[in-house]
Unconditional design. Sequence first.
Length: 230
Amino acid sequence: MKGFDHLTELTSLDLSFNKIKHIKRVNHLNKLKDLYFVQNKIQAIENLEGLSQLTNLELAANRIRTIENLETLTALQELWLGKNKITEIQGLTTLTNLTILSIQSNRLTRISGLESLTSLEELHISHNAITHLSGLDANTALRIIDISANPITKLEGLSHLGQLEELWASNCQLDSFEDVEKELADKEQLNTVYFEGNPVQRNGPVQYRKKLMLALPRVTQIDATFVRVE
């Protein structure tokens, strides 16, 4: 990574789809708002401390194991970390302006480290090894949650999310319509749910949509299909 010494007015930099191993020589670009490193060979988040105006950081499809060295990026609104090797959500305490966190296809076994992210609106944690939906007590602004392809058996932990609009939960282990209704029926903003691939769908595919419509009458889209109004 060379040649950026004099580009101090740069606001967007995309270095995706290369073979970069280390983040270097960009922390003087203090007007950057968007920085992309998708699909490189980066193992560590480093050398970003001067990017005080950065609002969007994309590090998906690398080799990152630990979320670290982001403390000074307090303007950050979007953080994309999908397809890495992360085992724990941590190092986000100072990122109180974060509205989107994407950390799908990693190695998470639980949701943690989100207590200070009270502005978080979207959480994408699909394709991990999470078994329980806990750790979201402080995230009452959440509008969109994607928990698909996790071995989750119950929706416990969502009842306090009054702003929820979309829940993506395909290919989990949810087997109870009663559980779905208990956690989601009072969500006035909820319009989209994905439950295909769960036992609630596989065990009774003919009645699946009808049961969901009865349990969640406000919903306008079930999986990829809109609900018909009779």
